[in-house]
Ligand binder design. Structure first.
Ligand code: FES
Length: 114
């Protein structure tokens, strides 16, 4: 058995956003399912990250992290975006959904920094 250590730690991020950028291969067993990468997941992740940086929204008091994620199992809905600990999902997203996601992020930041 591997010598693995586990610990429960508080998240260092007030808002941790995961944007699915998964791209299925043409030969995979689930190749018939849609995947978020070809639907614009990487552009959405990149644009969201750039905006947060440009706006200076991530601060020591309210750290925000945007990560790529693998499949979040909402593949049939368009690009899937999840935010923790808010526990909110944005489904059926496209790169054009950036404005809607920005509003959500701004709302969370406002709430956390009041
Ligand atoms: S490929 Fe993105 S949710 Fe499944």
């Amino acid at each position: 058995m591997a010598d693995v250590k586990t610990a429960t730690l508080p998240s260092p991020f007030a808002i941790h956003i995961f944007v699915c950028t998964n791209s299925r291969t043409a030969t995979g067993s689930d190749r018939e399912r849609k995947s978020c990468g070809p639907l614009g997941g990487e552009k959405l992740r990149s644009d969201l990250k750039d905006w947060i940086k440009k706006e200076g929204l991530s601060t020591p008091r309210c750290r925000i992290r945007v990560n790529s994620s693998g499949c979040l199992d909402f593949c049939e809905q368009g690009v899937a975006v999840a935010a923790y600990p808010q526990g909110e999902f944005v489904l059926k997203a496209t790169p054009g959904s950036l404005e809607e996601i920005k509003q959500k992020v701004r709302g969370w930041v406002d709430e956390l920094t009041r």
